[in-house]
Unconditional design. Sequence first.
Lengths: 253, 114
Amino acid sequence: MTPLVRRRVFTVGIAGLLAFYGWGLSGLPAFGDYRGPYGFLVDALAIHQTHATGIVSAVNFFYRGFDTLGEEFILFIAATGVATVLRELRGEHDREENDLAEGRAATLTSDAVRMSALVFVGPVLVMGWFLTTHAQTDPSGGFQGGVVMATAVILVYLGGQFLVFERLSPIDVADAAEAVGAGGFVLVGLGALMAGAAYLADFLPLGSPAGAVDASGTIALISFFVGVEVAMAFVLIANELLEQTIVVRKGSR
Amino acid sequence: MSVLPFIVVAWIVGAGLYGIITSRHLVHQIISLIVLQSSTYVLLLAVGFHVNGVAPYFSDIPRGTRTVDPVVQALALTDVVVEAAVTALLLAFAIQAHKRFGSVDPEELRQLRG
């Protein structure tokens, strides 16, 4: 199919799509005219049922906790998949110490980049920790906090060198921590079964008052495990992608 | 004006699709897919929006305040996570395609099969 033919087919297709979309829109309520009922019901029930004031987290980690478990494993499997696709192939080997041409030192990161990256590592890590542990009260949660914590590790790479990055995030430790994060979520669900409730039911004491950081039972706990899993998954993915440009070389050893 | 967000959604879908169709670089194609998928965020949040609704966090507002739909916001979060996972995998495939065929142009990849 030549680009021209493809573009023509695309034009026909998009015209049809737009027609159906317009037809579908004509039956929707206008923007801003939300009619519920799920949003209203969740708003009315969540604080009483879970003692969490962050309703989005209550939905994610309690009402549809089982979906979120699957969502977490999507990320887990993606990290595994990236590592598998980018494994060392035949005809590839790791860069050797004396691989670089003589007299040509590796390019150094500029001082300005190093300084600003290092200045931000601490605050970014604290921010990620805050987000991970405040899912129950604030617009945050394990997914957001985990990504921010992974950013702190990647900043170390930006400010230093890849080898420091590898030392800071040893693959074995990151792998194990990722498994703990993913498995912790599953175990919280099993804990509910042992307490005689349904899988992933909120079986811990809810704490009071509603909206306290230590309230909300399993929501805070699950958010913590998700945060660990997400942070480690992103560190592993970044590590694999960086390794491709920095360490892996073509040709036989 | 009440359909403007939905028109924005259609626009983003169109732009993303056009990018995928006409792309001559795998990374550009992956970014086009991200653009295409980001239309779903706008759609989800637009569907749950309520005039006069505030964010669904009751830490500092009285109970019973009218909020926007928290369910679609949770779905948007899922959406973001899935997109991150898909992007990571596709980028890994792009790297392997480049290693194998020495090109990241989708047109050339098609010719080099075999």
